[in-house]
Design a protein. Structure first.
Length: 138
């Protein structure tokens, strides 16, 4: 039996295609696409363990990483940008599991940039508040 989506040869009793990750349920008759089966790059990691994993469900967080770099903490934001660009590269290489891991790292570093900036602003404001209070006492 062949996958209806990509034409890959399916193992007996497989419920998901090992090449494209599509569900094989609902395929009543085997289909074959001659000449098309070699056009898609192979999936680096199997998505059979997570059938909901697809390229559209993996956010890159690139716009948020760029904003965090410009407005918050640049060193941490740059790390978020690097992981965001790796997400896009891995999605185009069809390494969806790696892309999902890098997406989580991009989100973590972007949030770390925002949190460090907020903490810095709070400390900065607290220091000026204390300095203002001490100035009133003179």
């Amino acid at each position: 039996m062949h996958c209806a989506s990509c034409g890959n040869q399916l193992a007996e009793g497989a419920s998901f295609c090992s090449k494209c990750g599509k569900s094989t349920s609902g395929q009543s008759e085997p289909t074959s696409q001659s000449g098309d089966s070699g056009t898609q790059p192979p999936v680096v990691a199997s998505t059979a363990s997570d059938p909901t994993l697809n390229a559209a469900s993996i956010p890159s967080y690139l716009p948020y990483s760029i904003l965090a770099t410009l407005l918050c903490c640049p060193p941490l934001g740059v790390v978020g940008i690097v992981y965001s660009s790796q997400v896009m590269s891995k999605v185009s290489a069809r390494d969806l599991v790696g892309a999902k891991k890098d997406s989580a790292k991009a989100k973590t570093w972007t949030w770390a940039s925002v949190i460090v900036a907020l903490a810095g602003w709070c400390i900065y404001g607290f220091i000026f508040l204390i300095a203002g209070i001490m100035d009133l006492g003179d």
